[in-house]
Ligand binder design. Structure first.
Ligand code: PNW
Length: 467
């Protein structure tokens, strides 16, 4: 035979969930419409606009609040099985507290969910993706242990209103980023920059808040609603720069963290009581992994300059990408070979083989790129991710789904609209916020449809249809 098929084509199972992910503040806009309350991002971008690289904000963003039907149409064009999105806490509870529920907020999410279900797209809800109601921040936000009660109250409203149709909930998106970047540094709202204490204090309170919402779901809602509740954690891979015990040790430290005492009467790491540990242990039905990239870690080379004391000073290692890895428009993001598989293999043994979802994974391009629709680097990245997912499946890792970040261009936090992660381009100068599929959208669609990666595939035209 002329052996035209030489490579065995690996396939994804039919029930593997392919989707995309977004977050409320990054896409919705309508920041003060129909009774929505102010959140910490509204507050920060309006009061200190200079912290955003292009001085932009999410007041309108991709205007999904008004374009939600078009969003669902794009999901249908791609043939998505699932869509992960987040709820704006202050759209539902304007002051953050559960005494006053905003009916227009509930109606908006009901419409979004029902529109997805109409076309058989499974909605996955994140309760918190970084947009704390400003009123709660004024009471200390995640530095106040009462946050766990306020979050549980909010979770109850969410489960009560949406849990009849939504069967997969994630409490928090990326605890580490919420706490380290928002409290322990000045790189996300509420820019507290409390380097010594902030990140760790937030971390403990957040973990308890998660566990309270989990147990609420488990005890009161699961028996009727029969869904799942978990969390999405950012897990990049950190591997030793050289195969020496020093760098192996540094990589492990970079993955785990440690707090030095530094003259404080006790460790800056808050202690969990035995009761709290028991409450938290096992409190997740699956492990949501936001994975983007990897770094090499060195005990001695290329260490940064960090405030003392701080989390990064506690960890005290150098980490950097390999020079050969393809670079994106984001300084922190390169294409590291097979890093999903490496990270999941590690987590799989560490946490006794849980069910995994990749809840985010994606690639950025620069808004000023000439033909932003021909995004070959993004295609390279997604195809590499697919191979890494297949390696996980081959190893028997219980990986159930994959959400690409992101369905469309959106407000990329401190980078404003400069870094673009969308499968669809959004024209932010157009009041209609017109969405146009990039080449990567066609490639992802082809992968989903055929449940495999075809390296020969090229879209015939850039016109999208619904199959
Ligand atoms: C995610 N890292 O954050 C967020 O969940 C999204 O909202 C965001 O738009 C997206 O990534 C792209 O930036 C990340 O340390 C935070 O590598 C940290 C890392 C990666 C992603």
């Amino acid at each position: 035979c002329n052996a035209s098929i030489v490579r065995h084509q690996r396939r994804f199972p039919d029930d593997f969930l392919f989707g995309t992910a977004t977050a409320a503040y990054q896409i919705e806009g309508a920041w003060n419409e129909d009774g929505k309350g102010e959140n910490i991002w509204d507050y920060m971008v309006h009061n200190t606009p200079e912290v955003i690289r292009d001085q932009s904000n999410g007041d309108v963003a991709a205007d999904s609040y008004h374009n939600y039907k078009r969003d669902v149409e794009m999901m249908r064009e791609l043939g998505l099985d699932a869509y992960r999105f987040s709820l704006s806490w202050s759209r539902i509870l304007p002051t953050g507290m559960a005494n006053e529920v905003n009916p227009a907020g509930i109606a908006f999410y009901n419409n979004y969910i029902d529109e997805m279900l109409k076309y058989n797209i499974t909605p996955l809800i994140t309760l918190y993706h970084w947009d704390l109601p400003q009123k709660l921040q004024e009471l200390g936000g995640f530095a106040n242990p009462l946050i766990s009660d306020w979050f549980e109250d909010y979770a109850r409203v969410v489960f009560e209103n949406f849990g009849d149709r939504v069967k997969m909930f994630m409490t928090f998106n990326e605890p580490r980023e919420i706490c380290f970047e928002g409290y322990g540094a000045a790189t996300k709202a509420p820019i507290l920059n409390s380097t010594a204490m902030g990140a760790y204090l937030c971390a403990k309170n957040l973990v308890i808040a998660h566990a309270k919402a989990y147990h609420l779901y488990d005890k009161e809602f699961r028996p009727v609603q029969r869904g799942q509740c978990g969390i999405a954690i950012s897990v990049n891979w950190f591997g030793p720069a050289t195969p020496t015990p020093e760098d192996e040790m540094a990589a492990e430290l970079r993955r785990q963290g440690e707090s030095a005492q530094q003259g404080y009467p006790r460790s800056r790491l808050p202690v969990f009581t035995e009761e709290e540990k028991a409450f938290v242990r096992g409190a997740s039905d699956f492990f949501g992994v936001n994975h983007y990239t990897a770094y090499l870690v060195s005990a001695t080379e290329r260490k940064g300059h960090y405030p003392v004391p701080s989390l990064l000073d506690d960890v005290d290692t150098g980490s950097f990408p390999d020079d050969d890895w393809l670079k994106s428009a984001s300084p922190w993001l390169t294409l590291a070979p097979n890093s999903i598989h490496t990270a999941l293999t590690h987590l799989n043994s560490l946490y006794n083989k849980p069910e995994f979802y990749i809840t985010e994974n994606g690639w950025s391009t620069d808004e000023s790129e000439e033909n932003s629709l021909i995004d070959d680097d993004r295609i390279r990245y997604y195809r590499a991710s697919m191979e890494s997912l297949l390696n996980c499946l081959d190893d028997g890792i219980k990986l159930k789904g994959y959400m690409a970040w992101s369905l469309m261009d959106n407000f990329e936090w401190m980078e404003g609209y400069i870094e673009r992660f969308g499968l669809y381009e959004v024209d932010f100068s157009d009041p209609a916020r017109t969405r146009t599929p990039r080449k990567s959208a066609f490639v992802y669609k082809h992968i989903i449809k055929h449940r495999s990666v075809d390296y020969e595939y090229e879209p015939e035209s850039m016109t999208m249809t619904i199959d």
